[in-house]
Design a protein around this ligand. Structure first.
Ligand code: PLP
Length: 399
């Protein structure tokens, strides 16, 4: 008998592992790879936030806190939800955890059991289906089309709902497509959910602040009558470039927050006390720095879009948010590399560009949508421009 629990057979190794292995092998040979695979901004955490973390250490805030976060942090989160989203959450309707990732996992673990279905629109963030599977549930992958802006439509949502549906997971701005749902689009989806009171709604709003020329809407605010079955998940990783601090937070019905708190109390306990203090500074401080960040991201987005426009075989509509371009590479499938290999699928394209152009990207299959490549434009302009030059040149060498 395998020493591993049967549930491990339901989780796939990271779909990005194949690319990462090649990156490491190239690095070991001294070949510098430009990594456009990481979903992490290169910007530094703003100085006042770092200072708040240091001050917390010096004040001795280095001990356990309340499992779901300190009262001060919960107050800052409540104010954020109120001011940014028009959402009123009481202290027992708020939880902070070690990243949005932990909160999403705990919410699923608390609610999903054998055979329960979770609707995951594709392209999706890589972790959703595997988290559902770890919780003994069945991910129901609903494909969304580039022509529909990579967004779930009310019709496809209605078709996907069954009596076993536990959750719909919505992620806007979206990783990997950058798609942002408008208020009207969310209203149309929540109108469908109104007829299915057994379906919970997970709003993954982690990229809320990373948007260009578009508004932001979240289901619990658009459809207040659904608020008592909606979990609004957010965090500081992306908005404040705080990925390593590991703080996410969520607002939702007290019964769900209590269950998530119980799971957290028996697994990881409170998120880092130091990071909680820094998060208060982030949430309560000015977001003035973000204008500069967004301007820089917009420039980078243009560098990628210009390259795609100029490269035969690649296509991409302008992503409205996050820091990803989900680039169609169907035009390259079937072409022959200088070494004589035929590009059979998007993993083949990503592997070719890694080996030939020394640029790492994640292939669309990892996000449930092929043939595509996700380009994370989270590296500085000069590196990005160089990466784009190399991608275009390598594509030009295909026959
Ligand atoms: N949700 C999405 C869509 C993400 O892309 C990520 C990180 O890549 C997360 C959640 C997790 O964020 P955190 O760092 O808060 O765990």
């Amino acid at each position: 008998r395998s020493p591993l629990a049967p549930r491990m057979a339901r989780v796939r190794p990271s779909p990005t592992a194949a690319i990462s292995d090649t990156v490491r092998a190239l690095a070991a040979r001294g070949i510098p790879v430009i990594n456009l695979g990481e979903g992490e901004l290169d910007f530094d955490t703003p100085a006042p936030i770092k200072a708040a973390g240091i001050a917390a250490i010096e004040r001795g805030e280095t001990k356990y806190t309340a499992v779901a976060g300190t009262a001060a942090l919960k107050a800052a989160i409540a104010a954020k939800f109120r001011d940014d989203n028009g959402l009123a959450y009481a202290a027992d309707e708020i939880i902070a955890g070690s990243g949005a990732k932990q909160l999403i996992f705990n919410a699923l673990l608390a609610t999903v059991s054998d055979g329960d279905e979770v609707i995951v629109p594709a392209p999706y963030w890589v972790s959703y289906p595997d988290m559902v599977a770890l919780c003994d549930g069945t991910p129901v992958i609903v494909p969304c089309r580039a022509e529909a802006g990579w967004k779930l439509t009310p019709e496809t949502l209605a078709d996907a709902i069954t009596p076993r549906t536990r959750w719909l997971i919505l992620n806007s701005p979206n990783n990997p497509t950058g798609a942002v749902y408008s208020e009207d689009e969310i209203a149309a989806l929540t109108a469908v959910l109104r007829d299915h009171p057994h379906v919970l709604v997970m709003a993954d709003d982690i990229y809320e602040h990373v948007r260009h020329d578009t508004g932001f809407a979240t289901p619990a605010a658009v459809a207040p009558d659904l608020k008592d079955r909606t979990l609004t998940v957010n965090g500081v990783s992306k908005a404040y470039s705080m990925t390593g601090w590991r703080i996410g937070y969520a607002g939702g019905p007290a019964w769900l927050i209590a269950a998530m708190t119980t799971l957290q109390s028996q697994s990881t306990s409170n998120p880092s006390s130091v990071s909680q203090a820094a998060t208060i500074a982030a949430l309560e401080g000015s977001r003035g720095f973000m204008n500069d960040w967004l301007a820089r991201l917009k420039t980078r987005r243009q560098i990628v879009l210009d390259m795609v426009d100029a490269t035969d075989g690649l296509t991409c509509d302008t992503p409205e948010g996050a820091f990803y371009a989900f680039v169609g590479c169907g035009g390259l499938i079937g072409r022959r590399t200088p070494a004589g290999r035929i590009l059979a699928d998007d993993l083949g394209v990503a592997t070719y560009l890694l080996e030939e152009a020394h640029v790492a990207m994640i292939h669309g299959a990892a996000f449930g949508a092929s043939p595509n490549l996700r380009i994370a434009y989270a590296v500085d302009d000069a590196q990005l421009a160089e990466a784009c030059r190399r991608i275009a040149a390598a594509c030009g060498r295909l026959q």
